[in-house]
Design a protein. Sequence first.
Length: 157
Amino acid sequence: MAKFTKKVGKDVPKISTSSLPDIIFMLLFFFMVTTTMREATLLVRVRAPEASEVQKLEKKSLVSYVYIGQPLNYRKYGTESRIQLNDQFATVKDIQEFIQLEREARDEADRKLLTTSLKVDRETKMGVVTDVKQELRKVGAFKINYSTRKKATPKRK
């Protein structure tokens, strides 16, 4: 019968770490490409109301957002609902200029497809929203979307 002998002094080979930086840079590049950055820093509180029928927007690149809600820094700006366009507070009169600038920033073919999305806090009075809608009508922005969140349905047992 054959004898089996133990090999003494042989260790497990060490794992090569030469490709580790390549893997790390590939992951870093992947997350840099796939991550989207928030376009505007919110200055107002927006707790979207619930809706039972919700549809997703097709092209989010053709959407201009108007935020309406109570300022996050209420000590400085008060508790009355405010309008936010991009990264700053605005008045109802500033909406026409905002829409004109948004249209000019788009291609000629995409200007007709531009949608204005109103992200309104559920505690906001409807008078402010009506004033915003009137200004949007004056400038010819008739495609308006209300941002909501889907109503949670109770699970059946």
